[in-house]
Design a protein around this ligand. Structure first.
Ligand code: ADE
Length: 232
């Protein structure tokens, strides 16, 4: 998870303990607990210069360290996102990732097939889980900005992107390198085609969307730890 505001409701839900200094001088933070006999770790990106880190650089660092130091059976990249009302999305909707995670703001001239620029790193097939838990499915698309340039929008539309965030692509890249299964869980804070300035809508809905994220993640953890314990 990226920001503390996104992770706090879930950390409190399970009473997870902050393991201070676990990642040494790196700002990445670890919260840990035992749920139904299994270990649940929440890793957040931490803070630098007095603000919460967001984005691909910190997500790459955190995911690499988490995989190497915690050896997870699976990764859940849980966070908030922008979505499109044209796709029927509403504020507070929670989605599971469908298909590969792409990047929408990497324009590399000599990459005719888009392999390097889009990335398209795999995720675990969450169709059954989404049906069982009544969660929506959508393709995650990642960039380094909260706002959306026309060039980005054209790529998102062309490739069928539905959930725009700032970390999933980086987490999915690292998970693919280490062959660790990944599911993204994304809660909608803002509608990119809704007409409002994204940062204002994001700030207004962050707390509500983070509570919706907690509720969905609680269902997913129950599903993976208790109801379907042989999946991973
Ligand atoms: N996180 C929440 N809303 C977002 C948006 N519109 N773009 C990127 N990341 C986001």
């Amino acid at each position: 998870m990226a920001m503390q505001a996104e992770a706090k409701p879930l950390i409190e839900r399970y009473g997870l303990q902050n393991i201070e200094g676990f990642f040494g001088e790196v700002p990445t933070e670890l919260y840990r607990g035992i749920i139904a006999g299994k270990e649940l770790c929440i890793v957040t990106l931490g803070r630098q210069h007095g603000v919460d880190l967001v984005g691909c650089e910190a997500a790459t660092l955190a995911t690499t360290l988490a995989i190497n130091m915690l050896h997870p059976d699976m990764i859940i990249n849980a966070g908030t996102c922008g979505a499109f009302k044209a796709n029927g999305s509403e504020i507070g909707d929670v989605y599971l990732s469908e298909g590969p995670v792409m990047f929408h703001d990497r324009r590399i001239g000599d990459d005719p097939l888009g392999i390097q620029s889009l990335g398209n790193y795999p995720t675990y097939d969450a169709h059954q889980m989404a049906a069982d838990l009544r969660l929506k499915l959508g393709k995650c698309t990642t960039g380094s900005s909260l706002d959306c340039l026309d060039e980005d929008l054209a790529i998102i539309k062309r490739e069928g992107g539905m959930l725009k965030d700032m970390e999933a692509g980086a987490v999915a890249f690292v998970a693919s390198v280490y062959k660790t299964p990944l599911i993204c869980v994304k809660s909608v804070t803002d509608l990119i085609d809704g007409g409002e300035k994204t940062i204002d809508e994001f700030r207004r809905n962050l707390s509500m969307a983070s509570n919706a994220l907690r509720d969905a993640c609680t269902k997913i953890i129950q599903y993976l730890f208790v109801d379907q314990p042989t999946l991973f």
